[in-house]
Design a binder for this molecule. Structure first.
Ligand SMILES: Cc1cc2nc3c(=O)[nH]c(=O)nc-3n(C[C@H](O)[C@H](O)[C@H](O)COP(=O)(O)O)c2cc1C
Length: 198
């Protein structure tokens, strides 16, 4: 089973990277084939709402790094979304990535009206996690619930939603044994959830 971790932090070696690496190590230990993606390195443009993907079934507005990710999303059974908290929310890099998944939706002629996702009903699952400076997890409520709700509607069953609080400096998580274990265990449980259900 293939699991891809998407890191929405502009800090290449920040806390999200450290925790994502542990999650992926946990997933690998449970038999997953893993891939790590640093989203800011893919220079993903913001969706501009042109709605061309409605007809074209892919983004024909921008020919950027997102086109390297569409086939990976189609292929992978599991994805992990990790984002630092920026003003209570996910970072703009994570938001641009999720918005640009819009071409996976099929909309009818009548709008507003029913719609479906071509990633749905394929056994795909997601794990989401947020990182923030403050110790109160409410600081990141929007961050993780927004990622959860958006990815759910795109067709993923959300296995878990984790909050890592109290991390400010880029290397803070690396010395926090409790959070490193929490991340490893979550990644391992995520991978095992695929084999348990066949
Ligand atoms: C622009 C900006 C906004 C932030 N907003 C919040 C916030 O609302 N709440 C919070 O607890 N931490 C906030 N932080 C702190 C980061 O979430 C924290 O430093 C996190 O560990 C960064 O993760 P990273 O090392 O993976 O980039 C903010 C940081 C920046 C740069």
């Amino acid at each position: 089973m293939k699991i891809i971790g998407f890191n929405g932090s502009p800090r290449k070696n920040g806390n999200t990277k450290t925790l994502m690496t542990e999650m992926l190590r946990g997933a690998e230990s449970a038999g997953a084939e893993i891939t790590f993606i640093h989203l800011p390195s893919y220079h993903i443009e913001n969706c501009i709402g042109c709605e061309r993907c409605r007809k074209d079934k892919t983004c024909t507005q921008f020919f950027d790094g997102m086109h390297l990710l569409y086939p990976l999303l189609d292929e992978a059974e599991g994805i992990i979304l990790g984002s630092p908290t920026y003003n209570y929310d996910m970072t703009p890099w994570m938001k641009a990535f999720i918005d640009r998944m819009y071409p996976f939706f099929d909309f009818g002629e009548v709008r507003p009206g029913p719609y479906s996702s071509r990633l749905a009903n394929r056994g795909k699952k997601a794990l989401v996690f947020g990182v923030c400076e403050q110790v109160n997890p409410e600081e990141m409520t929007h961050n993780i619930t927004c990622m959860r709700d958006a990815i759910k509607v795109i067709g993923y069953e959300v296995q878990d939603m984790l909050a890592f609080t109290g991390h400010f400096k880029a290397n803070s998580a690396a010395s926090n044994a409790v959070d490193l274990k929490k991340a490893f265990d979550a990644g391992s449980a995520f991978a095992r959830s695929f084999t348990v259900q066949g």
